[in-house]
Design a protein around this ligand. Structure first.
Ligand SMILES: Nc1ncnc2c1ncn2[C@@H]1O[C@H](COP(=O)(O)OP(=O)(O)OP(=O)(O)O)[C@@H](O)[C@H]1O
Ligand SMILES: [Mg+2]
Length: 241
């Protein structure tokens, strides 16, 4: 499981994320929703080691990984699906899978992810093995970014806006995948500006406003009463349209 305590981070001496606390138990989805510029990517980067926190702690299964290099945090079991997918335009799908396959160092509960297992979950990628990243559709690139993260057999999966720019039918597919991965035992942290996606799959929803937690909702309650989450978000001032 993932625990973040008092996490504070920013850029060039300025603070963006202010003493954020959250917990993602194994087998559950925790969604962080907030408008553009709220600090969602900053949070994900501070957890994954792409940005060094200035205070607070990040714990994976009780192991403190705060401020460690990204490869150390990845080996501790944190997988990242970055905003914008960031697939390599000139590498084929097969090459991406080969490079990303990293059997876990320590034995973990559950089955390790292999390219074959990933292709069972994401069969569309199997039809595209010889295609370059740059030639894939947005949905296929998103699947490839997810495949890449899974091939490290993560305990914790950080998903930064995994449905950005995708057609509704693909959003539905990604939602089902997120739920299936949590059911498989992974702790999923989903950051998204979309209250719909968050309410559809999260056990807990944190509302982030200008880098601060301004609300915390139960996912089941938000599903039963969608207006609750919309109200919580409407209170958050939009940084940009
Ligand atoms: N590399 C950077 N250097 C300086 N400031 C940054 C940097 N990255 C982000 N910021 C600032 O930090 C704040 C939070 O940005 P962040 O990217 O975390 O927001 P976000 O919630 O992920 O937004 P979006 O929904 O647009 O992805 C913004 O004010 C942004 O301008
Ligand atoms: Mg972002």
């Amino acid at each position: 499981m993932l625990r973040v305590s008092g996490l504070t981070a920013g850029y060039h001496g300025g603070t963006v994320l202010h003493a954020l606390d959250l917990t993602v138990p194994a087998g559950t989805v925790h969604a962080v929703v907030g408008h553009n510029g709220a600090g969602k990517t900053t949070l994900v980067h501070a957890i994954a080691g792409l940005l060094r926190p200035t205070a607070g702690g990040v714990f994976v299964d009780g192991q403190q990984v705060t401020g460690r290099p990204t490869h150390h945090i990845a080996r501790a079991g944190v997988g990242l699906v970055p905003q914008g997918r960031r697939v390599f335009a000139h590498l084929t799908v097969a090459e991406h899978l080969r490079l990303a396959h990293r059997p876990p160092r320590r034995p973990r509960s559950g089955t390790a992810w292999t390219p074959d297992r990933v292709l069972e979950l994401l069969p569309r990628l199997g039809e595209r093995l010889g295609h370059r990243g740059g030639d894939l559709s947005g949905g296929e690139q998103q699947m490839l970014a997810l495949a890449r993260a899974l091939l490290g057999t993560p305990r914790v999966l950080l998903l930064d806006e995994p449905t950005e720019g995708l057609a509704p039918v693909l959003v539905g597919q990604i939602r089902k995948l997120i739920v299936a991965l949590a059911d498989d035992g992974i702790a999923v942290l989903l950051v998204s500006p979309s209250p719909g996606l968050a309410a559809a799959c999260a056990r807990t929803i944190t509302v982030l406003t200008s880098g601060r937690v301004t609300d915390r909702l139960d996912g089941a309650a938000a599903r039963a009463n969608p207006a609750q989450l919309h109200e919580a978000l409407a209170l958050a001032p939009a940084a940009k349209a």
